[in-house]
Design a protein around this ligand. Structure first.
Ligand code: GDP
Ligand code: GDP
Length: 434
């Protein structure tokens, strides 16, 4: 699990330019592997060997400056609540604005590390202009240029220096995070599931100050529910903005083993649901999709579920090997099944396939359909094994790993999924030089 860094600031100061600069290098690789490009406002970066999650809060605020002005307090408050450190970005071209002062006022009270980034300092003249930002009362600032990269190293040096080490908590129990858009029915689902307080076994305060795992024993399963929007609303802010659900989901997802993605059947699997889905996928967490409020869907012919399932699968391509359940938090339909499935996905994610067995199954498949020749060269895969990682990753050893293209890796993944149960689990396939 990595620390979360949020970039705040008014529109057009260069937040997304800065964000892209930081995540580009890695995301390019991630996208090449998964074949998908999604959410542009959340990503992983690292500096001096320290990994962190980066959120461009501006990316979630759509609309004009007016709307932004109304939202900025909430946005910054939530960023303060959810992030481990904040980068407050301002623009030397425009100088200090009223909105900057508003944000600064909120940030001056914050105990967490705040870095004032004065952007668009592309030249020496602008470096002189930057001094006016001392006036924001946030102390030292970091002059930088997101476009040409100058000054960003100094900021990152200082940032990773103070980022907390977030230790993965030792837990034998599955950690489930219930995530989804506002009003999807997350709290109703949890209440239906848990019912009365008596099912709560203990409260374990997490090492991260905010997060709390609550241990439950239900239906013969023991599991931890990871704090998320629905359960413990510590925020004064009503969770009505999309941005909130994403921001709050980040921590819960990073902290979980399996994400129960609750969606509203009457609203469908829209872009925002997809964002949360890819957030979980990008973090290599197990996923179960719960199509909630199924009681509201009229005209449930035999094919309705099937058609609904197909639609969702289309939206989550190429990672379609995900359980999709139709539930109702209201009538409690299939909520037991939801937990049972989550436990199954948890187990799938922890599967360790013995190397001998893995080779016995995969090598004949490969022999039958070897990687296509590339530039006139033949690739020979000799051996394969599962890597000792927290989630399933597989290495295939061969003479020319660089000549194995994405489609063939996808083929291997599909075969792997056909022969072993990795339902709900993102897996990775690597080619290695033998
Ligand atoms: P956001 O709304 O805060 O995410 O801002 P954007 O990243 O979209 O940038 C707003 C504008 O500022 C764009 O036209 C960028 O090209 C420009 N910009 C961003 N960073 C720099 C910089 O370091 N120097 C200059 N001169 N322009 C920049
Ligand atoms: P959250 O924001 O995701 O925690 O959503 P809530 O649990 O607060 O639910 C939002 C609204 O949807 C509430 O009015 C619930 O009563 C309603 N709701 C939740 N689950 C169901 C369901 O399965 N069926 C129906 N008909 N309504 C539901």
């Amino acid at each position: 699990m990595s620390a979360i860094v949020a970039i705040v600031g008014r529109p057009n100061v260069g937040k997304s330019t800065f964000f892209n600069r930081l995540i580009q290098r890695r995301e390019a690789i991630v996208d090449a592997v998964s074949g998908v490009t999604r959410d542009r406002h959340y990503g992983k970066s690292d500096w001096n060997g320290k990994e962190f999650s980066l959120i461009d809060t501006g990316g979630y605020v759509v609309g004009s400056d007016d709307i932004f002005e109304q939202q900025i307090d909430k946005q910054v408050e939530l960023a303060i609540e959810e992030a481990d450190a904040l980068i407050f970005m301002v623009d030397v071209e425009t100088g200090v604005t009223g909105m900057d002062e508003d944000v600064a006022k909120l940030l001056r009270r914050v105990k967490k590390p705040v870095f004032l980034a004065v952007n668009k300092v592309d030249n020496a003249k602008r470096a002189e202009d930057a001094v006016e930002f001392y006036g924001l009362g946030l102390g030292e600032y970091y002059p930088l240029s997101s476009i040409n990269g100058s000054g960003t190293g100094e900021l990152l040096d200082a940032l990773v220096e103070v980022l907390p080490e977030i230790e993965e908590e030792e837990s034998e129990l599955p950690r489930f995070a219930v995530v989804g858009r506002p009003n999807a029915g997350k709290s109703s689902f949890i209440n239906a599931l848990i019912g009365e307080e008596r099912y709560i076994v203990t409260d374990i305060a997490g090492t991260t100050r905010d997060s709390i795992d609550t241990k439950y024993n239900r239906f013969g399963f023991e599991f931890n529910l990871v704090d998320t929007a629905g359960i413990r609303r510590k925020s004064k802010v009503k969770e009505d903005l999309e941005f909130y659900s994403v921001m709050r989901s980040v921590r819960a997802i990073e902290h979980s083993d399996v994400c129960l993605l609750v969606m509203d059947a009457t609203r469908g699997f829209d872009g925002q649901v997809a964002n949360i889905f890819w957030l979980a996928h990008r973090n290599n967490k197990g996923i179960v999709i719960l199509v909630n409020k199924w009681d509201l869907v009229e005209d449930k012919e035999t094919n309705t579920m099937k058609q609904y399932t197909e639609k969702i699968k289309k939206a989550i391509e190429p990672f379609t090997d995900v359980p999709i359940l139709f539930i109702s938090a209201l009538t409690k339909q299939r909520i037991y099944k939801a937990i049972e499935t989550a436990v199954q996905v948890y187990n799938n994610r922890n599967t360790k396939i013995p190397t001998r067995k893995f080779n016995d199954i995969m090598l004949p498949i490969i022999e039958n359909y070897p990687p296509p020749a590339y530039k006139g060269k033949f690739v020979k895969i000799k051996f394969c094994t599962q890597l000792p990682t927290p989630y399933p990753q597989f290495a295939f050893f061969c003479n020319l790993p660089q000549y194995v293209r994405e489609p063939y890796k996808r083929y291997l993944e599909n075969k792997l999924r056909e022969n072993f149960d990795f339902s709900g689990v993102p897996i990775k396939v690597f080619m290695r030089k033998k």
